[in-house]
Design a protein around this ligand. Structure first.
Ligand code: KIV
Length: 267
């Protein structure tokens, strides 16, 4: 087996211009398959809310839900670096709360780092986390926990003022000691400028090809939903139809008595 991925290795990958691969996982089985396929980073995203728990957005996701799912992902992982996503209101109330919550991802769940959404406003919190040994991944651009403030899921940084703000935020996160920054739904040219301006790897989620790596939600690339995906998502397989067909065949066979045959019976 190849060596376990570390945050030091990710920084080396940026220097060597080797692309970083990242996908989300929320359970043991999926994490095991992703890990065995050779993905560098597994993010236990708070997209857990939309994808697995059936919430409308990520806002209701709790620390306990994130810890529960991160533990399962860690159990399924041998080589990939597992990062836990800090849910809404787990790092905004007080520095003490933030540190305790971040610490839970490493101490209780066995993750190797945490991800936080936001820029200059959370720099002090990030510095404190990094200072006590908690690796932090930043997240800029479209930050889904601010969906109410942003007025929907829209591309960010299209005008000069917001683009400049995202660049300043990225530099501030870099200085604060993050080991990587996710750039979500920003123009590819802006992502390129940021990637060249910061010392740490940038990971694109709908931010084009110039970043140091790419992340997508696993359920999206597998086509597990029956709705069309966002523009930046490539579906590598359409599992929704295949899975429903398997369920329908099972139902038909049980109803008609053609399952189980002798082959599936004990004597
Ligand atoms: O929650 C999540 O899955 C994420 C990624 C899409 C970056 O934050």
């Amino acid at each position: 087996m190849a060596d376990k991925i570390t945050i030091v290795k990710l920084k080396e990958m940026k220097q060597n211009k080797e692309k970083i691969t990242m996908l989300t996982a929320y359970d043991y089985m999926m994490a095991k398959m992703i890990d065995e396929a050779g993905i560098d980073v597994i993010l236990v995203g708070d997209s857990l809310g939309n994808v697995v728990l059936g919430y409308e957005n990520t806002l209701p996701v709790t620390m306990d839900e994130m810890i529960h799912h991160t533990k399962a992902v860690v159990r399924g992982t041998k080589r990939s670096l597992v990062i836990g996503d800090m849910p809404f209101m787990s790092y905004q109330v007080s520095k003490e709360d933030s540190i305790k919550n971040a610490g839970r991802f490493l101490k209780e769940a066995g993750a190797s780092g945490v991800k936080l959404e936001g820029g200059q406003e959370i720099v002090k919190t990030i510095k404190k986390m990094v200072g006590i040994g908690i690796p932090v991944m930043g997240h800029l651009g479209l930050t889904p926990q601010s969906v109410c403030q942003l007025g929907g899921y829209k591309v960010q940084g299209k005008d000069e003022k917001t683009a400049q703000r995202i660049i300043e935020d990225a530099k501030a996160l870099d200085e604060a000691g993050v080991f990587s920054i996710v750039l979500e739904c920003v123009p590819a040219e802006l992502a390129k400028e940021i990637t060249e301006a910061v010392s740490v790897p940038t990971i694109s989620c709908g931010a084009g090809v110039f970043c140091d790596g790419q992340v997508l939600v696993t359920h999206d690339i597998l086509g597990l939903f029956d709705k069309p995906p966002a523009k930046f998502v490539k579906q590598y397989v359409k599992l929704n139809g295949l899975i429903k067909d398997a369920f329908k065949e099972y139902i038909d066979e049980v109803k008609s008595g053609s399952f189980p045959t002798d082959e599936y019976s004990y004597h």
